[in-house]
Design a protein around this ligand. Structure first.
Ligand SMILES: [Zn+2]
Length: 132
């Protein structure tokens, strides 16, 4: 009776266990179903049960997993406030230090200045001696 009943349930997605339950037609037992103890999902036959051992041989590859990360990688190109030097995070609110207003991390701003590793401020205020 040491049959492993560990599953990865297709209904609730959890690592769970199945419980055998007899199926009766009237008073006659006609078979068994397998019930997820976590969510109660019924597997009508043993072939349908996603036993954990079988799922170990997955068809998914590492390449499939990295696709999910690409969604966030694209954010790096955006001019969102979260990447801006003026973006200030408080415990309660996120603010724009330049406009003194409440912003969201995903807001866009015309005065966006990327928060970079180094602050190179040598492109303005050259004294050129023009008349004023
Ligand atoms: Zn389940």
């Amino acid at each position: 009776m040491s049959l492993s009943l560990e599953i990865v349930c297709v209904s609730c997605g959890k690592q769970s266990l199945v419980r055998r339950e007899p199926v009766y037609d009237g008073f006659k037992k006609v078979g068994e179903v397998f019930v997820c103890v976590s969510c109660g999902h019924r597997y009508e036959q043993e072939a349908d049960v996603p036993f954990k051992e079988q799922r170990a041989a997955r068809v998914f590859t590492e390449a499939d997993r990295t696709k999910a990360v690409d969604v966030f990688a694209g954010d790096e190109k955006g001019r969102n406030c979260r990447h801006c030097v003026h973006y200030v995070v408080n415990p309660f609110v996120q603010r724009c230090g330049l406009h003194h207003r409440i912003v969201e991390a995903t807001d866009c701003c015309g005065d966006f200045t990327r928060r970079g590793a180094s602050d190179t401020s040598d492109e303005s205020d050259e004294s050129d001696g023009s008349s004023g």
